[in-house]
Design a protein around this ligand. Structure first.
Ligand code: AMP
Length: 301
């Protein structure tokens, strides 16, 4: 069993009311892979970096048993870089810049020995690249797709093609409203279920997450954190934890996806506590199990 994860690998500039960080390790594939690595040892990362990408980050991926055979390094190129500034409420942010660098001419190449990966996570990247990945993999057991407002805005046609070919769509409430034109997220969920995926997971930041299928509505709270410093990557971390649990248990039933939502939420709760990947850099099984247990008590009555 294995999880194939495709997405961006970035050096970010982050600014929140709690501070700033430059050249911070980021990107959708980065957060997804690190999160999944707490639940499974079989992670295959596909992405691209430039010559400026520190070897220490690649070594860190290896230390978390993330296989980087699919991480292309372009000599002379610059790593994708995103700058974001969060508002006081930390729920909204402005993109300060996006420097594509080597990402501009990126076409994901899935190594032959990875084409039969059973679990595929299409991290947030241009939907046409997500389609290129789907064209290369052979009958995966489960495909989970993440996206962002930018693609709903400028590449809706390609995104809709992707949706026809995935099992689970993970997105946040604002994106769900944008994609469907529905204000109410349950109505939005029903519309998205008609677009292809059989399961929709809508993340609502500090208000938790909702999983919807034809016959299921599951609502998980968010972990009640006293404070957080940087929400960057929380969504990707959630998606990585979600698919990591499904791969670990080799069970893609909707019943098991409820637990997957909770694992995703647990890992996201660690992510937002520190800047960049620092909150999830090194976690113990006990830390994860403890928060998982607390989640159970939050909504049992
Ligand atoms: P999230 O907070 O879940 O939206 O993810 C933040 C991460 O997404 C950052 O580390 C960025 O490097 C990455 N990112 C931002 N914009 C893009 C984009 N257009 N394509 C791919 N990744 C992006």
């Amino acid at each position: 069993m294995s999880v194939l994860i495709v997405g961006s690998v970035a050096l970010d500039y982050l600014e929140t009311p709690f501070g700033k960080m430059d050249q911070a390790l980021g990107g959708s594939a980065t957060f997804c892979s690190i999160a999944a690595s707490y639940l499974t040892e079989n992670i295959r990362m596909v992405g691209i970096v430039g010559e400026d990408f520190p070897q220490a980050h690649v070594d860190y991926f290896a230390s978390r048993h993330i296989d980087t055979l699919g991480l292309e390094r372009v000599e002379g190129g610059k790593t994708f870089s995103w700058g974001g500034r969060y508002h006081e409420d930390m729920n909204t942010r402005d993109t300060l810049y996006t420097v594509l660098g080597v990402f501009e001419h990126f076409h994901p190449v899935i190594p032959d020995e990875w084409k039969k990966s059973e679990f595929v996570l299409l991290g947030n990247i241009h939907p046409s690249l997500q389609l290129e990945v789907l064209d290369q993999v052979e009958e995966p057991k489960l495909v989970v797709c993440d996206t962002m407002n930018l693609w709903i805005d400028i590449s809706l046609k390609e995104l809709k093609q992707v949706l026809k070919r995935v099992n689970v769509l993970v997105l946040n409430d604002e994106e769900a409203r944008m994609l469907t034109g529905e204000r109410n997220i349950f109505n939005a969920g029903k519309k998205m279920l008609r677009m292809g995926p059989s399961v929709i997971v809508i993340k609502k930041g500090e208000h938790g997450a909702v999983l919807l299928s034809k016959d299921t509505t599951f609502i998980a709270p968010a972990f009640p954190l006293g404070g957080f410093k940087d929400p960057t990557g929380a969504g990707d971390t959630f998606a990585g934890g979600f698919i990591g649990w499904l791969e670990r248990t080799n069970d893609v039933s909707v019943a098991n996806m409820r637990k997957a939502v909770v694992y995703g939420s647990v890992l996201a709760s660690f992510c937002v506590e520190e800047f960049s990947i620092e909150g999830i850099r090194e976690l113990s099984e006990e830390q994860i199990a403890e928060r998982f247990g607390i989640f159970r008590t939050l909504s049992t009555f």
